[in-house]
Design a protein around this ligand. Structure first.
Ligand SMILES: C[S@@+](CC[C@H](N)C(=O)[O-])C[C@H]1O[C@@H](n2cnc3c(N)ncnc32)[C@H](O)[C@@H]1O
Length: 209
């Protein structure tokens, strides 16, 4: 083989190797993009949440559970559980079973982390669900921090709770249902008639307004 032929073959071999490695980089990048898109899709809610996440201050959480008169044997549901603070508190303070539901997988992950760091996995379950599809019959206490219209939209589901079940809502009433108790407070936990937080309590079956 002449020197020129050898050089041509070497050059062709080198070009082929370069093309192959460029192609495998391209394929690897495309695979990484697909995996990233799949991970993003998994993190996104199945549909837009009906209300954004705003956490209830801990002092208000404590008062909501106190007003609900949570006791041994109760099952607490938080509809739209955010970072899981209400269900975690119910389990830690009262040793009751509690289930938190949220439509947003990011919130579900935060709740699961919260449950784990507070070591209440034996009592608390977190589910990625749309609250408007739930059967609430197992709950004896339901906590809400949604919006007035969402509370009203939940009424057909809430009306099926066992008699004596308690519903407590942070800040928002439930048009058409007369609360048995309301409580105004500030975030420090002090009762305050001009405080920025109101808690509403109903007992099933509620009195119509
Ligand atoms: C205002 S935050 C309340 C969080 C928590 N309950 C608390 O009091 O700290 C409302 C939560 O409801 C969730 N949410 C909104 N629409 C929902 C739906 N249709 N089903 C389930 N969760 C929903 C949001 O993702 C958000 O985390």
């Amino acid at each position: 083989m002449t020197m020129t032929k050898l050089k041509t073959r070497l050059l062709a071999g080198l070009t082929a190797a370069l093309l192959l490695s460029a192609a495998s980089i391209y394929v690897a990048e495309a695979q990484a993009q697909t995996a990233k898109a799949a991970a993003e899709k998994k993190k996104a809610p199945k549909r837009e949440p009906d209300v954004i996440f705003v956490p209830t201050p801990q002092a208000v959480v404590d008062k909501m559970l106190e007003m609900a008169e949570v006791k041994k044997g109760d099952v607490v549901y938080d509809l739209g559980c955010g970072d899981g603070r209400i269900v975690v508190t119910a389990a830690k303070k009262f040793g009751v079973k509690a289930i938190g539901f949220d439509i947003n997988p990011v919130r579900v992950k935060e709740s699961l982390d919260n449950v784990k760091s507070n070591k209440v996995e034996h009592l608390v379950t977190i589910k990625e669900e749309d609250i408007f599809t739930l059967d609430l019959s197992e709950a004896s206490v339901v906590t809400l921090y949604l919006l007035p219209d969402l509370n009203v939209k939940l009424m057909p589901q809430l009306a099926k709770l066992k008699p004596g079940s308690r519903i407590v809502s942070h800040d928002f009433d439930m048009r058409g249902a007369k609360p048995v108790k309301t409580h105004r407070m500030n975030s420090n936990g002090n009762e305050d008639e001009s405080g920025e937080h109101t808690i509403y309590k109903w007992v099933v079956p509620w009195e119509k307004e």
